[in-house]
Design a protein around this ligand. Sequence first.
Ligand code: MLT
Length: 199
Amino acid sequence: MEYLFERGKSQGKKLLLLHGTGGDETSLLEIARYLDEDATVLSLRGTVQESGMNRFFKRNGLNQFDLVSLEVESDRLIQMITSVSEEQQIALEEWIIVGYSNGANIAAHMLLERQIRIKQAILLHPMSLGVDTQYFPLSERKIWLSVSQNDPIVSKEASNKLIEQLKNRQAEVTAITTNSGHQITIDEIEQAKKWLDER
Ligand code: MLT
């Protein structure tokens, strides 16, 4: 799995970046720098190809998710994050995920379905993938997420469902709404930064 690692200053946050469909490990770098210019960054590239676009798991059309691929790729991603973290001597608990769209979706899936030690995430325009098989509490998890009121890809139901899934498992959820469609806006990044600065 391709990735980029940049060590920041010791007082900086540890940001783990997961791009959206068609992105790569450089896509969210500017946002990461805006969130914290001193951050250490681990940014991974999804291994699934869809018409030349990188993704973190397969789909069979818009929002028709391949749930077998989702499980396989979630394990691969966790393995990779664990291995780089060990190599760089960064505790998994220190990472704060910053995921957009497809990257936010696999991040939410990992938090809900795997007992990973990562506790915090900024999820930009995520949605529920409809998988909910676990019961372990997410009480130490703090999730900030953005929902757009007129997102052509993520329905209100799908984002509300994810919020409900996380809250039902006692995660601390901060959800903000935008009206930008599926794109990331500077306004939401500013709000995410405020939340992050309080961590
Ligand atoms: C995307 O285009 O990336 C979708 O919104 C989310 C996904 O496919 O996981």
